[in-house]
Design a protein around this ligand. Structure first.
Ligand code: ADP
Length: 396
């Protein structure tokens, strides 16, 4: 069974074609600068990478281009579009109603359209990406896999904010949580490694956007991102959790609008805001090594906040079996992993620092010290595979 996974952004459309019988990625790529001066990168194992300029006025033109490439005699991997059994779409926000991955019919799409206000950045492109794919592949099922749905089983005390209850009732202001597909995948892999279905696992997805999730028995019980992906640990350019009064105070002292304050907190804060160097951890580490105080401080603030959230989730779950690091920083930044796990031995968390420095990248590794009560794993995330798997399960 072949499944196409599509992740549509406002000016991009990423895709991966999976053969679910062999668990192989047959082809993957990205259409970028849709509506501007588009180009595509396309990769198939065993073939030369392909990159070219291409004119995509919209998502429909992009998906048509992708399908032509996938079936191309020279660069393609399938002989006809008919070989694609179903399409899985990454959708960031499923609101309160789309609580699990679902076949996208009229009702689901109407609901997604009704909640774009909750998700103005990612909602509209995901919907137009789906519509474009449905138009060119009308006879197969299209499945929506929602980043928020992993959090559907959280209890009210974990998702209701302590503000007037009417804001939840009338405007659906609550913690939704994001990166759910990634947390679900790596927590599932960790549970397999532990050989324990009811395991208590804390997954740290640390990338340009970062979130931490607590999972018990395969279900998320709490997560650091909230109403939006702005909450939780400091990120590349987002502040993460701060005293909410800082926002209104900044607005007053600088005489700026809510929108301008939003830009400061979303685009100019986090690692970039503190370091003044970059939003990219690699640049900040390099500057910190040269003695740049603010770069070093940004990293210390990041580590401090990750530790704080891990500690709070251990308290919430009354223990933990495994800590998992994933995504760009989690999978690659050995120093951040060491700093996060330092002085946590009282909680049973202890890593083999020497192995953490030398362990291979891009594969699952156990970096726990022999004496540690809690396992620490590095698990490369694979959201696309999770989407393909959900799509297969719903459509086969
Ligand atoms: P996104 O949230 O955009 O998917 P990624 O998961 O790709 O982000 O993570 C990007 C972050 O990972 C950046 O801060 C980058 O510096 C960091 N990163 C990527 N590779 C490395 C590396 N080899 N060493 C340290 N940090 C890395």
């Amino acid at each position: 069974m072949k499944i196409l996974v599509v992740n549509a952004g406002s000016s991009s459309l990423k895709y991966q074609l999976f053969d679910m019988d062999t668990n192989e990625v047959l082809a993957k790529g990205n259409c970028e600068r849709i509506g501007i001066d588009g180009f595509i990168t396309h990769k198939c194992p065993g073939k030369e990478d392909f990159k070219t300029e291409a004119n995509f006025p919209d998502h429909k033109a992009a998906i048509e281009y992708v399908l032509a490439l996938l079936t191309d005699k020279e660069r393609g991997v399938i002989s006809s579009i008919e070989e694609i059994s179903a399409v899985g779409h990454r959708v960031a926000h499923g609101g309160e109603k789309l609580r699990k991955s679902s076949i996208l019919g009229e009702e689901e799409v109407a609901y997604l359209e009704s909640i774009v206000g909750l998700n103005p950045l990612h909602g509209p492109p995901a919907i137009s990406g789906f519509k474009a794919c449905k138009e060119v592949m009308p006879n197969i099922n299209h499945v929506g896999v929602f980043d928020t749905s992993y959090y559907s089983d959280m209890t009210e005390e974990a998702y209701i904010y302590p503000i007037p209850y009417e804001f939840y009732e009338e405007y659906k202001v609550r913690r939704y949580g994001f990166h759910g597909t990634s947390h679900r995948y790596v927590a599932g892999e960790a549970a397999k490694l532990l050989g324990k279905k009811d395991a208590k696992i804390i997954t740290c997805h640390l990338g340009n956007g970062s979130s931490i999730t607590a999972t018990v028995n395969g279900k998320a019980v709490d997560t650091s991102m909230g109403f939006t992906p702005q909450d939780g640990v400091p990120m590349g350019t987002r502040s993460g959790a701060i005293d909410p009064t800082v926002v209104t105070y900044i607005q007053k002292v600088k005489g700026i609008s809510a929108e301008e304050a939003d830009v400061i907190l979303n685009k100019n804060s986090g690692l970039l805001g503190v370091s003044g160097v970059s939003s990219d951890c690699r640049d900040i580490c390099a500057e910190a090594e040269k003695g740049n105080f603010r770069a070093a401080l940004a990293l210390k603030i990041l580590v401090h906040n990750i530790k704080k959230i891990i500690g709070s989730y251990i308290a919430e779950m009354n223990g933990v079996d495994a800590i998992v690091f994933t995504a760009g920083i989690g999978e690659n930044d050995r120093q951040i992993r060491e700093d996060v796990c330092k002085d946590m031995n009282w909680l049973g968390i202890e890593i083999d620092e020497a192995y953490n420095k030398t362990c291979p990248r891009g594969e699952i590794v156990d970096i726990s010290a022999k004496t540690a009560k809690v396992k620490t794993f590095v698990i490369p995330t694979n959201e696309e595979y999770m989407i393909a798997l959900d799509t297969q399960n719903l459509t086969k």
